[in-house]
Design a protein around this ligand. Structure first.
Ligand code: PLP
Length: 320
């Protein structure tokens, strides 16, 4: 049972802090706001990437003998997921193969340079090959080349990611919140949260990319028990979760001047570091929703800070 103290072995700060947030923004005095500081879990495996990987890594270490440990996963050149997973693999003596979309060989990003330092095998693939990352035939050929390796999908987003995400709700649970706000990209974090809500609680997702309908389907696909959005008697009515699509600032890894200056302001005035790909969009949304009277007076709101600052060292154009 040597892996039960995985967080300690990796030096993680868990449970992450829940801190009061009291900006002087219009409307902020009508609600209570708290930040779940998952960005403080660890400087590299920060935020939701640890939540999504924790159970998979636990199981993997229990099941595989040390000599047979190999993980393969996918991402772009700025992937927070590959970066977090690569670091975990290095710390835990697991062989790691990163399949990266695009050819950064001549010009690696800081994230990829770190991966190489951590002795990951990096395979650069074309867009066309990367496109097949969920195709069972393609995965079978990868598996043939690396028998026994564990293949983890892009972003660490799979059904087994949800229980780790629920853990963050368990950490918050003594606190009486009624709404929790999170960014949505692959939807697994949102789905994990939704799957752990109490009946009086709801989740609000902020789309970080342009995907009306698409993102809702991504979240729902992870919720087989609840994929009854269209069905009556759903255990979890669709009213318990909702994704807002007006805060993506042009799409994935796009930003507006307003978002950039907002991120600077948050750091200066609230000593809160956010990046413009995920958490910056969430806090920006909160500020505007407060101003528009979106929340009910008296609401007790938790904002999930999913981290991501390790990825903002240069312009992220191919993140996830
Ligand atoms: C990957 C990532 C997300 C997106 O989470 P999904 O589960 O893919 O929706 C949000 N925030 C940060 C900081 C991330 O790195």
């Amino acid at each position: 049972m040597s892996c039960d103290n995985l967080p300690a072995r990796l030096g993680l700060n868990l449970p992450s802090p829940l801190t009061a947030f009291t900006p002087d923004w219009p409307g902020a005095n009508k609600v209570s706001m708290w930040i779940k500081r998952d960005d403080l879990i660890h400087p590299i495996i920060s935020g939701n990437k640890w939540r999504k990987l924790s159970d998979v890594l636990h199981t993997f270490l229990h099941e595989r003998p040390a000599s047979k440990r190999h993980i393969i996963s996918f991402g772009g050149g700025y992937s927070n997921h590959l970066h977090a997973l690569g670091w975990c693999c290095r710390q835990l003596d697991i062989a790691f193969t990163a399949i990266v979309r695009g050819n950064y060989q001549a010009n690696p990003t800081p994230m990829l340079t770190d991966l190489a330092t951590w002795q990951a095998t990096i395979r650069y693939v074309t867009k066309a090959e990367y496109h097949r990352r969920h195709d069972p035939d393609y995965l079978a050929t990868l598996q043939q080349d690396a028998p026994g390796a564990l293949i983890i999908p892009e972003g660490g987003s799979q059904l087994s990611a949800l229980s780790g995400v629920r853990q963050l709700l368990a950490e918050i649970s003594p606190h009486p919140f009624n709404t929790i706000i999170t960014p949505v990209a692959s939807g697994a974090t949102m789905a994990g949260i939704v799957s752990g809500l109490a009946p009086h609680q709801s989740a609000l997702g902020i789309a970080v990319l342009n995907g009306v309908g698409y993102l809702e389907d991504l979240v729902a696909q992870f919720l087989p028990d609840f994929s009854t959005r269209h069905q009556q008697n759903s255990m979890l009515p669709a009213t318990q979760w909702q994704i807002l699509h007006q805060f993506h600032h042009g799409g994935y890894a796009r930003r507006s001047p307003a978002l950039t200056s907002f991120c600077d302001e948050l750091l200066k005035e609230h000593e809160l570091a956010v990046e413009p790909v995920y958490s910056g969009k969430v806090f920006y949304a909160v500020k505007h929703l407060l101003e528009d009277g979106f929340f009910t007076p008296g609401d007790n709101i938790v904002i999930l800070h999913t981290g991501g600052l390790q990825g903002s060292r240069s312009d992220p154009a191919g993140n996830i």
